[in-house]
Structures are given as structure tokens and as C-alpha cells.
Ligand binder design. Structure first.
Ligand SMILES: NC(=O)c1ccc[n+]([C@@H]2O[C@H](COP(=O)([O-])OP(=O)(O)OC[C@H]3O[C@@H](n4cnc5c(N)ncnc54)[C@H](OP(=O)(O)O)[C@@H]3O)[C@@H](O)[C@H]2O)c1
Length: 273
């Protein structure tokens, strides 16, 4: 057990696999059973599907209320990752680091043991996607990170960031294509790719059908749609799938802790795997 009391309750979908250290399995309610090579996403949403609130510095925290169960799930998913992929907007609004122990410090030893047992580096690499190249200087979380940008963006990456991170140019367009981002990470040997968004990056990954699993935590709050367009965002800002396009998910497991739901969907992909 970790100190998460009560632990997370499994409603259905316990994988028959023993792939987590005992303390983590007891708290999560069984194994994780993530494929060794997978692109997976973790988001917290309000009941009405809002994941980001413009003007809020860290709107995910506003939505989750920093619920310990959600913090634990976020930490576990980071502990399983080779790389955590985020957009520059999320980097600007959150301090980081994007590690398991930063999300749930009380289980640090168990997360470390899990990573060691799976032969992973002590912490996942951070990858930041930016079109503008305007990645804030002087941030500890940038050390050793990978900055993925456009030709134009590369010219604006500050010298401090260049000195402390690796900068990779992925194309000459205005934005990076979601599948190119994933390909660039795979080409560097990252197999378990976790994205924590935010919504604009997630939209590009979903449009490319590049996300294989979505871990969606539903916080028991109603956020409201906002008074003006762009005030609030769901997972696909500025995109209309239905009714023309249907991207479906298969529910693989459901968990709860109190009134928080932790859903795991397998999403249709382009088959490139
Ligand atoms: N609910 C959740 O679980 C969750 C998770 C993460 C974040 N959030 C919230 O989301 C909010 C931030 O939203 P956001 O949409 O701004 O986040 P974001 O997607 O992390 O950031 C958007 C920025 O990332 C860069 N970017 C994203 N996709 C790109 C692409 N395909 N090519 C080139 N650059 C790309 C661009 O950076 P440049 O501006 O540098 O060009 C873009 O302006 C925060 O309040 C945060 O708390 C919520």
C-alpha cells in the first residue's frame, strides 16, 4: 500500500498481470498492462468535458482540485513512461518536473523501484512541442529536455534553452504534424510515450490518430462552457469530428475513488502502431 486511503476501487477491467510493485498494485487495484511500445495520454476532465480554462495558470489543477487519487494515477502513468510529451502552453503554465514523484511524492520509493524493475531511466525524458520556439529560460525542468520545433521556431529558441536541452527541427510548416512528433520520439528510441497535452497538442495527436490509449479522469465538477469562444477547451479545440468523422474508443477499464472516475480507453489509430 501507498498512503492513498482509501485506495482506488476497480469497477471492471483488472488485467491478469503482475507488473507493478506490490504497493502500487494494491493502491491501483491490480496491474497496469501497458504495451512496451505505446502512445498514451492522460487528462483530467470536468463532468461536462472541459480540460482547460483560459486565464487559469494551471487549469488542470482547478479541475482536479489536486485530488490525491488523480495525483496517484498521473504519477503511475509517468512512472511507466520513457518520455513525457507536452505542448509549450502546458510547459509555460506548470512548474514541473514531469516526474512521478513530483505528482505523488509519498510513493516515490515505489515508483523508483517500478522504473528500476522495468529497466527504465530514473526519470522520463521531457519533450516539449513549440511552433514559436519561445520556451521560457531559466527553468529547472528544461535540463536534458528535448524541444521539438519548426524551422522558424528554432531560430527563436533562447540560448539558455539551447545550452541545456536538445533542439530538434521537425519541419518547415507553421505547426508540427502529430504523427511526425511521435515518429521523432520513436526514432530516438522512446517506446512508452506519455502525453499530458495540453489540449492543442492533444488535438494534433488525435487528428493524426496517433494516440492509442487515453486515460481519462473525470472530476466531479461542472466547469461551464465559458462566455466567449475559446474560454474553455475540451480535448479537441477547434476541431469537428462528428458527424462526418467517427473516432471511437473501447472502454478497457473503469476505476473510482470517491466521486472521481478513472477511465481507460483504447482509441482507434491509423494502424501505424
Ligand atoms: N486537463 C488536463 O489534464 C490538462 C493537461 C495539460 C494541460 N492542461 C491545461 O491546458 C492549458 C494549456 O492549454 P494549451 O492548449 O495552451 O496547451 P498546449 O497544447 O500544451 O500548448 C499549446 C502550445 O503548444 C505548442 N504546440 C502544441 N501543438 C503543437 C504543434 N502541433 N506544433 C507546434 N507547436 C505546438 C504551441 O506552442 P507555441 O505557442 O510556443 O508555438 C502552442 O501554442 C493549461 O491551463 C493547462 O493546465 C490541462
Amino acid at each position: 500500500m501507498t498512503d492513498l486511503e482509501p485506495p482506488i476501487e476497480v469497477l471492471f477491467g483488472v488485467p491478469d498481470i503482475d507488473d507493478l510493485p506490490g504497493a502500487l498494485a494494491d493502491t491501483y487495484g491490480g496491474g497496469l498492462a501497458l504495451p512496451e511500445a505505446v502512445v498514451y495520454a492522460n487528462f483530467i476532465s470536468s463532468i461536462d468535458g472541459i480540460v482547460a480554462i483560459a486565464g487559469e495558470r494551471a487549469s488542470s489543477s482547478a479541475i482536479s482540485g489536486r485530488d490525491p487519487g488523480d495525483r496517484f494515477v498521473m504519477a503511475l502513468l509517468r512512472a511507466a513512461a520513457d518520455v513525457v510529451l507536452i505542448g509549450a502552453g502546458t510547459f509555460r503554465r506548470h512548474r514541473g518536473p514531469w516526474t512521478a514523484s513530483a505528482s505523488y511524492p509519498d510513493a516515490e520509493a515505489a515508483f523508483d523501484e517500478y522504473r528500476r524493475s522495468e529497466g527504465r531511466a530514473p526519470i522520463p525524458r521531457l519533450a516539449i512541442v513549440t511552433a514559436s520556439g519561445k520556451v521560457e529560460e531559466g527553468r529547472a525542468a528544461i535540463d536534458g529536455a528535448l524541444v521539438l520545433t519548426t524551422e522558424r521556431g528554432a531560430a527563436s529558441v533562447p540560448a539558455d534553452v539551447r545550452a541545456r536541452a536538445e533542439v530538434a527541427v521537425l519541419g518547415g510548416g507553421d505547426r508540427l504534424v502529430g504523427s511526425d512528433v511521435v515518429d521523432a520520439l520513436r526514432a530516438r528510441g522512446f517506446r512508452r510515450i506519455l502525453t499530458e497535452g495540453g489540449p492543442h497538442l492533444m488535438k494534433d495527436l488525435l487528428v493524426a490518430r496517433a494516440v492509442e490509449q487515453l486515460f481519462l479522469s473525470v472530476s466531479p465538477v461542472l466547469a461551464g462552457g465559458g462566455e466567449r469562444a475559446g474560454d474553455r477547451s475540451n480535448l479537441l479545440p477547434g476541431v469537428a469530428f462528428l458527424p462526418e468523422q467517427r473516432l471511437t474508443g473501447t472502454l478497457r477499464s473503469a476505476r473510482r475513488r470517491g466521486s472521481f472516475l478513472f477511465l481507460r480507453y483504447e482509441l482507434e489509430t491509423d494502424g501505424a502502431g
